[in-house]
Design a binder for this molecule. Sequence first.
Ligand code: TXA
Ligand code: MG
Length: 536
Amino acid sequence: MKTLYLTSKENDIKTAAQIILSGGTVAFPTETVYGLGGDATRPDCAKKIYASKGRPSDNPLIIHLSKAEEAEKYAYTNDIYYKLTNAFCPGPLTVILPKKDIIPYEVTGGLDTVAVRIPSHPVARAFIEACDVAIAAPSANRSGSPSPTSAKHVKDDLDGKIDALIDGGRCEIGLESTIVKLKDGFAVILRPGAVTEEMLSAVVPVRRDGSLYVKPDENVRPEAPGMKYRHYAPDMPVTLLKGPHNDVVSYMKNRLEEDESTGIICLQSDEKYLRGKNVKYMPNDAAGQANSLFALLREYKGTDAKRIYSVTPSRTGLGLAVCNRLTKAAGFDIEYVGITIPVLGLTGQSGAGKSTAAKYFAKLGAYVCDCDEIYHGMLYRNSPMIKELKKHFPFAVKDGALDRPALAEAVFSDKEKLSLLNSITHGVILDEVRKRLYEAQDKGYKFAVVDASQLFESGYDAECTAVIGVCADEETRIKRITERDGISRQKALSRITGQHNEDFFRVYCDTVIENDGDEAKLEGEAARTVSRYIKE
Ligand code: TXA
Ligand code: MG
């Protein structure tokens, strides 16, 4: 078949709609990635889509609508659906709902549910409106390869296999939509995307499916059937490297010296150290990484790279989606460098009982590194941290000592200054953490625990084998804080309202330990966590 190439002009959109209404397939741009569309009410169209992608037919398609209310025709909606769509749609969110009969099982891969999405891209919207029917569309790539973020990517994969392609330029986000299913009043994240946990949890309580970045159990059917396939992968194997960034960079350098064709995905800021024909650079921020990742993975096609090594980004916010796609591209192949003993990150809300949990990990043989203690240990006159702070906040250092109230006041309402302050303190603290972990490793410790309330904010999660969250209900935390720090209930309350809620830890941590004050139970949980993450 000959593929028709269309622009986003009105007449071309009309032509595209006619192709859909006569049962054809059209690839079109969305704000996330390009989709390959067909009439969502026709089994034959679904079959055509699967055939041109080479996709297994048990992997269901998303239906695309121009307005949230149109879902009534195709699915059984509910309050949470409207809460979510009012907040985020049109936009990069997909919601799973029970399907109505008008949607054939060919579209849903045999499931009784259907995935619904209302894209915001103006061309996608004009196209869907012109069709006046729901458009079933997976990403417009060959099954298994990275999703297309430009018309050229679609052409490379599907030229001659689809009826038409609308060129709408590059996709703004670059990673597929966030998928949620609704369960017991929660939005459960099945696939992370640009609508992040923080955004969702402002509207409804959020949980995540277990398999976002942990290898799923092969005997369990995943919630989103598409999540079980090796995805987003170039032709050669991908390995994620975890460890102190300096160690990751030297490891990459060594691999390049052995074989100059080695594929390397590193950060823009590593360009001075890492160069080579198959070295690619990702921006340092998560939005930039999301936007460039798929295009970059595609660039390896046809090169002589035998393996690709990639850095591992931090996983909060949009970083969760970047990590999820990279982990899948790597088929869960992760290698630790520099610090090779397992490191459990321990984090959670104040008063939840992290330190008590840490005590039980120590009892189980862990080397424990307490970031609060490191921070306080750096408050002596003219410490390296204070010297560094003096460069950027000269008014907050007097006679080599830190004037903490002055510093707090300066960053209180200035986000940029706060993030500068954090990057300085986190950097100094993490350097000390790493130094201590090298020593612990040399001394023969089998594993380590890093107790850090700002674990995610500092990006240290990217270096951990697993991140453990400690949670407790609000009353319990307030009671502990008032008793421990001798402050009023009011003060304790204002301290914890500024912190992440429980959903944050439930989504981003690999596992959560509930600490209701029963220490025997806490000890048991610590033991269970160790047996799960620390292999003999
Ligand atoms: O951003 C996006 O979502 C893009 C653009 C084109 O809209 N589409 C996209 O579609 O990424 P696709 O087919 O590549 O990924 C759809 C994912 C698959 O992992 C599939 O298993 C899951 O959604 N899915 C679809 N219907 C489902 C259902 N009823 N229950 C659970 N998961 C479902
Ligand atoms: Mg896809």
